[in-house]
Write a protein that binds this ligand. Structure first.
Ligand SMILES: Nc1ncnc2c1ncn2[C@@H]1O[C@H](COP(=O)(O)OP(=O)(O)OP(=O)(O)O)[C@@H](O)[C@H]1O
Ligand SMILES: [Mg+2]
Length: 179
C-alpha cells in the first residue's frame, strides 16, 4: 500500500496516545531512542503511526516512514537500502554524503548487511554534525512483524538492536508490531 492511501486517526480520536508518543519523540532522553508500540491485530497501530508520520512530515522532521506488508517480501538488506534512500530524500546534505559512498563503492548493494548499514547510513550520518542542531529526526517503522519471514526478521532485529543506539541523538525511532 502506498503512503497516501493509509488511513489516519479520525479527528479527535486517540488524542492521549498521539500526544504521549509525540512528546516522547521530541524529548531527548539519554540512552533511549526507540519507542515500541505493540498491540493486537486491528488495535490501531498503523493508523496511529500514519497520523504521527504525517504530523512530523508537515513539520519537515520525518526522516523516514517505512511500513511492511506480509504480502510483499522485504529482505533485511533491502530494508536498509530503502531506509538510506528515504534519509537521502529527507536531507540534501545527507543525500550528497550517501551518493559519495555509492560512488566510492558501486558494489555496496552486494556487501553483507552490516557493511551496507555502516556505509549507507551510519557513516554518512556521522559525517554531518550540522544535522545534530536542526531538531529531531523521526524514523517510523510500522508493522515490523510483517517484515520478511521469521529468519530474516530476526537478523534485521539483531542488527537494529545493536546499531540504532549508534545514531546521532537527534534520531528518534518509533517501531510498531503485534507482540
Ligand atoms: N482512530 C481511528 N480513526 C479511524 N479509524 C481507525 C482508527 N483506529 C483504527 N481505525 C481503523 O481500524 C482498522 C484497524 O486499524 P489498524 O490497521 O491501524 O490496526 P493495526 O493495529 O495496525 O492492525 P495490524 O496488527 O493488523 O497491523 C483500520 O481500518 C483503521 O482505519
Ligand atoms: Mg498495522
Amino acid at each position: 500500500m502506498d503512503g497516501f492511501s493509509r488511513p489516519e486517526c479520525l479527528p479527535g480520536t486517540r488524542q492521549d496516545i498521539l500526544n504521549w508518543i509525540t512528546d516522547w519523540l521530541i524529548t531527548p532522553s539519554q540512552g533511549q531512542n526507540i519507542i515500541w508500540l505493540h498491540g493486537l491485530a486491528g488495535s490501531g497501530k498503523s493508523t496511529i503511526s500514519t497520523t504521527i508520520a504525517e504530523y512530523f512530515r508537515e513539520l519537515k522532521r520525518l526522516g523516514a516512514f517505512m511500513f511492511f506488508d506480509r504480502s510483499e517480501s522485504s529482505e533485511p538488506a533491502a530494508v536498509i537500502r530503502t531506509l538510506s534512500y528515504k534519509l537521502a530524500s529527507f536531507h540534501p546534505a545527507l543525500r550528497v554524503a550517501i551518493c559519495a559512498q555509492i560512488e566510492n563503492d558501486p558494489g555496496i548493494s552486494e556487501a553483507p548487511i552490516r557493511t551496507q548499514f555502516s556505509k549507507l547510513i551510519l557513516e554518512p550520518l556521522s559525517s554531518l554534525p550540522i544535522l545534530h542542531n536542526e531538531g529531531p529526526v523521526i524514523v517510523i517503522l510500522d508493522a515490523f512483524d510483517e517484515c520478511g519471514d521469521s529468519t530474516s526478521r530476526r537478523s534485521l532485529l539483531m542488527l537494529l538492536a545493536q546499531e540504532l543506539e549508534k545514531f546521532p541523538s537527534a534520531f528518534r525511532f518509533m517501531v510498531t508490531s503485534r507482540r
